[in-house]
Design a protein. Structure first.
Length: 402
């Protein structure tokens, strides 16, 4: 619903990833003009998959793009964890009909290009959003009347407020907080392969995690099952620096010795060997300073072990829009309200993801404990444990904080 009173107000959104597109849309839907600045020359996402919990669909629906995303998603039957050493089942959560009934939305997997495109289509046709590529924000200035961001050409972009959605190495966060990401030392290799190249016994309609000592593997279908997303993760022996570079099959194989032949066969499939050294950040008590705030990975980069980074960015965006509406376009008040709700929630997800990573990579006796944790759990007990995370609802996004 557009609020006509706010159309004279303008916000700059920095970064055109999933978080930035969603934030731009959420603000424009409140009648705010948005200038969206992206450093890349071409708008897009990397060639990999992403998992979306029911909470992501609740957020996508609130942004008006839920159906576009559903059309491009694969709805999975289960979430599965297997022991990568002896190939026994550790946990299996039914995310079919009973999950949908409980949470009101599906669990799905989708190509990152497709989820990005589902939001981008709405951004591109929105009359209040101006999208500029090849524009890298380098600096931020603000005073009581507004903000100015300065790009790589020295051009000054003015607005009433700014939202930094510029990822793990956010320039806006640097200007506001000046803190450093925490390099985890965990390295990820990702690949998308055609179904013909996927071993028949691994063609399972589920995100399957093969949990091994200091390493794990994940696979799930994409694009109607015509492709499969493969991810391998390990604790690196090297001193890592956050970022992407070329790796090698030999490096990967050296970390997956002693793994059962069933998951091990995945390691022969990819033809490209790009490696990502991952990072998160310790949660902080403030994201907003006057007319500037941060969102998505700029605010709370987290390890991928709960598959929630992008889901949380989508929740952030919906909450930001609701906060702007609740404060009648007073951005300083809106950003304070937004962070009051979002900091504790995203910090809980971040800490939980670290704990889940410990379970994924357990060895020795910890592995035995991990494998015994969920024995005999009913589906209802799994759903109860997921309620706080997957049960998020857009209509309650401000909670009692208003
Ligand atoms: C291996 C792995 C698996 C994952 N799996 C999942 C999953 O299954 N489910 C899930 O929900 N999440 C998952 N995530 C997390 C998810 O990928 C991120 O949380 C999400 O993509 C963050 O989106 P974002 O828009 O905040 O940041 P980004 O995607 O990093 O986007 C930032 C954008 O800002 C631009 N930018 C950066 N600096 C500037 C600047 N100075 N000026 C202008 N533009 C700039 C960048 O070019 C980019 O387009 C995973 C992450 C990893 C590493």
């Amino acid at each position: 619903m557009n609020d006509i009173r706010s159309t004279d107000r303008k916000v700059i959104v920095v970064g055109g990833g999933i978080g930035g597109l969603a934030a731009a849309l959420a603000l424009a839907r409140q009648g705010i003009r948005v200038e969206l600045l992206e450093q890349a020359e071409k708008i897009g996402e990397i060639g990999a998959g992403i998992q979306l919990g029911a909470n992501a669909f609740a957020a996508l629906d609130a942004l008006g793009v839920g159906e576009a995303a559903r059309k491009r998603s694969v709805f999975t039957d289960y979430l599965m964890m297997m022991d990568a050493i002896d190939a026994t089942e550790v946990a299996k959560v039914d995310v079919g009909e009973p999950y949908r009934k409980r949470f009101g939305n599906p669990y799905a997997v989708i190509h990152r290009v497709d989820i990005h495109l589902s939001i981008l289509e709405a951004v591109q046709v929105h009359p209040l959003i101006q999208f500029r590529t090849a524009t890298q924000v380098r600096a931020l200035e603000q005073d009581e009347s507004g903000v100015v961001v300065i790009d790589q050409h020295g051009e000054r972009h003015r607005a009433d407020a700014v939202v930094g959605c510029d990822g793990v190495k956010s320039a806006i966060r640097q200007a506001l907080l000046g803190d450093e990401p925490r390099v985890t030392g965990h390295v990820v290799y990702r690949a998308v392969v055609d179904v013909a190249d996927m071993p028949a016994d691994l063609q399972i309609n589920a995100p399957v995690v093969w949990a091994g000592p200091n390493c794990h593997l994940v696979h799930y279908p994409l694009r109607g099952g015509e492709q499969y997303n493969l991810v391998v993760t390990f604790h690196s022996r090297e001193q890592e620096v956050w970022g992407v570079r070329d790796g090698s099959k030999e490096e990967v194989l050296s970390y997956f010795q002693g793994i059962h032949p069933r998951p091990h066969q995945m390691l022969d499939r990819p033809s490209s060997w790009r490696r990502w050294a991952t990072a998160d950040r310790d949660p902080v008590e403030r994201w907003s300073f006057g007319r500037a705030t941060i969102l998505g990975d700029a605010a709370h980069p987290m390890t991928q072990y709960l598959a929630q980074g992008a889901c949380q960015a989508l929740e952030d965006a919906v909450t930001l829009g609701a906060a702007v509406q609740a404060t009648d376009g007073d951005f300083t008040a809106a950003f304070a309200l937004y962070e009051k709700v979002r900091i504790p929630r995203t910090a809980r997800v971040l800490y939980s993801a670290r704990e889940m990573g410990r379970l994924y990579h357990a060895r020795g006796v910890e592995r035995l404990v991990r494998n015994s944790l969920w024995v005999g759990r009913t589906q209802e007990q799994f759903y109860d444990a997921l309620q706080w995370l997957h049960g998020w609802r857009a209509e309650d996004c401000l909670g009692g904080a208003r």
